[in-house]
Design a protein around this ligand. Structure first.
Ligand code: SAM
Length: 291
């Protein structure tokens, strides 16, 4: 979809774009191809796209032959996409808030029959899916966290984000961008890097820089489900005041003797701040706390 085609559609349907919904549409063919390439799609794949907008990425995804489920909040865009794409057998479109949709434990009735979408008990199952999306920036982080910590999380997530969010997710310890978001995402995924997308590739051009990030699910999770819950509580507390010593902060939630024993066993200095501590140490710490 070219920029002039996009403008024509918006004009013909008298569509005023909504800033709060992050409606910056990607019209650059090269960038769309790079995003789809990063998804490494096969015709047997199942793709979740959040926020299809006018559908430029959706069309590229559908061309690969993969099954695409798209969730769009804006009813005007859903009406447009229904006219344009719903005749395609590999396309399913839902209207709604994607974050709310992902937070539901069970699959909504209209999708209950969809293949590989739910466990026999009706719980959502994304484990055979890939997320490929140019996400609405205001809800991008919660959407990524929701899926990354889901018990049946997607195998790959290729998402266009605000550059700063991509930097935070892919960060290394003891760097400016390292923090809670890094650890929540890297616990079950490895970052395969990101590429920047110039603002001029979007209509209208956003005020912030953008990048497309690829995350690939770890073949073996570092922690099981109960440990993952403890990990989330641990790192949220450890980073709750960035400049404070981690040991002091953790004493709010765990007995001092257990913490001190775990620090000693892992060779962490009692003066250490969370931003210096890597993922592997946090995961070992979590296991020690459970003992
Ligand atoms: N994929 C299109 C593209 O690349 O041009 C549009 C991307 S645009 C950055 C984000 C899209 O997400 C918009 O179409 C917007 O209406 C939609 N959106 C915003 N908030 C949403 C939400 N909570 N759930 C689903 N869609 C949402």
């Amino acid at each position: 979809m070219t920029l002039s085609e996009m403008r024509e559609i918006l004009k013909a349907r008298d569509l005023q774009l909504t800033k709060s919904l992050g409606q910056n549409f990607l019209h650059d063919g090269n960038q769309l191809r790079r995003i789809v390439a990063a998804a490494e799609l096969a015709p047997t794949d199942k793709v979740l796209e959040i926020g299809p907008g006018l559908g430029p990425l959706t069309e590229s995804l559908l061309t690969s032959g993969a099954q695409v489920l798209a969730i769009e909040k804006d009813a005007r865009l859903v009406a447009f996409l229904r006219e344009r794409l719903t005749h395609l057998p590999n396309f399913t479109l839902l209207q709604g808030d994607a974050l709310q949709f992902l937070q539901q434990e069970t699959v909504p009735p209209e999708l209950a029959g969809a293949p590989d979408m739910a466990t026999p008990a009706g719980q959502a199952d994304w484990s055979a899916w890939k997320l490929v999306a140019n996400l609405p920036y205001s809800v991008a982080s919660p959407i990524l966290v929701e899926l990354a910590l889901h018990p049946r999380r997607p195998e790959r997530m290729v998402t266009t984000l605000q550059l700063e969010v991509a930097q935070r997710v892919a960060a290394r310890p003891d760097t400016e961008h390292y923090g809670v978001l890094t650890l929540l995402l890297q616990l079950h995924y490895t970052s395969h890097g990101y590429f920047k997308i110039p603002s001029g590739c979007f209509f209208p051009a956003p005020d912030v820089d953008s990048a497309c990030l690829t995350l690939v699910r770890r073949p073996q999770p570092l922690l099981d489900e109960p440990e993952t819950k403890r990990f989330v509580a641990l790192i949220k507390r450890a980073f709750s005041q960035r400049r404070k010593m981690m040991l002091k902060l953790l004493k709010n939630d765990w007995p001092a003797d257990r913490l001190e024993a775990a620090f000693a066993k892992l060779g962490i200095s009692p003066q250490e701040r969370a931003e210096k501590v890597g993922l592997e140490v946090f995961t070992e710490f979590c296991k020690l706390l459970a003992e």
